[in-house]
Design a binder for this molecule. Sequence first.
Ligand code: NAD
Length: 355
Amino acid sequence: MQTFNIAVIAGDGIGREVIPEAKRVLESVSTRHGVNFRFTDFDWGADYYFQNERMCPPDFLGQLRPSDAILLGAVGHPRIPDHVTLNGLLLPIRRNFDQYVNVRPAILYPGVQSPLALRRGEQIDMVVVRENTEGEYSQVGGFVYHEQPEEVAIQTSVFTRRGTERVIRYAFELARQRNRKRRVTSVTKSNAQGFTMVLWDRTFALVASEYPDCETESLLVDAAAMNFIRRPESFDVVVGSNLFGDILSDISAIIVGSMGLAASANLDPSRRFPSMFEPVHGSGPDIAGKGVANPMATIMSVGMMLQHLGLYEAAKNIESAVASVLAGGSARTPDLGGTNRTSEVTDAVVQKLTL
Ligand SMILES: NC(=O)c1ccc[n+]([C@@H]2O[C@H](COP(=O)([O-])OP(=O)(O)OC[C@H]3O[C@@H](n4cnc5c(N)ncnc54)[C@H](O)[C@@H]3O)[C@@H](O)[C@H]2O)c1
């Protein structure tokens, strides 16, 4: 039987509630599809920080490296500054494992109400492709006169031609593979940021010329934010920098119903390193411990993981089961207007696994 080694970091808050549910779905898929998942759990995150003053041990990358994939819940705790949790675990994994593409699909499933008043029959089915290793999140900078009245802070964005080109190319390949509108929208702010974003625009035009079968559009990020609300049905694949992709994918997540439905994949397409799969949402401190977090974002992230591992039938099975539960309306957590608990939603998904 084929065996996959999955490194699991549940993390903090609702991350610890949704990860066991996703593992339950994987266990069910495993018997149905004749594959074996060997989980290795890592207790890294806020509690580890309170004991060790760091989010994870120094050799954390070495411990994760042998796995076939990494499954992550969320990190973040109200008593730890967010830049510590993010830079102490998540961002180094993305950077060091060269997970340069962050794929964030946003699909409005039948049975789910968008907060937008869409015109009849209008569909939202888009993917935000976010550059995931450089740009505004490169962590280059520093303080001068630290914590003095005359303090200065400098933070530099780093955009490389290689980094920009490879993520844009991924977006075009994805548009071909999805074969829907074959439309790639590039998002920048090159009117105000005349170096990094101009490099991005030029690179986009160059790569686009290799894909004559794809329609292209270039938007400034403020216009893109507006158009995600005004004409969400027009988008297919949207590609942007680390910061812009991060912000826009929260908009795309909420217009398809809930943060609790937004899945994501941090991919190293070259497959030199393990890729990482996680819900878009954070640790949800406002609902943590109540047992009402929607597990679907994590379950669908697991679906993306199976797709990446080449288990296409199993991935399809999970996506169809989630879509079927959403369409039937039988089990819903409060974020979708229901009264069900996290585990009841997972039960409903497991029951709908057909193969
Ligand atoms: N990838 C990550 O680990 C990640 C991502 C974003 C935020 N964070 C961290 O998480 C903490 C909280 O951040 P935040 O409040 O801005 O974002 P959040 O995503 O945790 O929560 C935003 C809102 O969405 C709701 N929500 C999120 N996931 C949900 C789910 N599965 N089901 C139902 N409702 C859900 C929350 O209740 C909250 O009202 C912070 O410490 C932040 O740094 C981590």
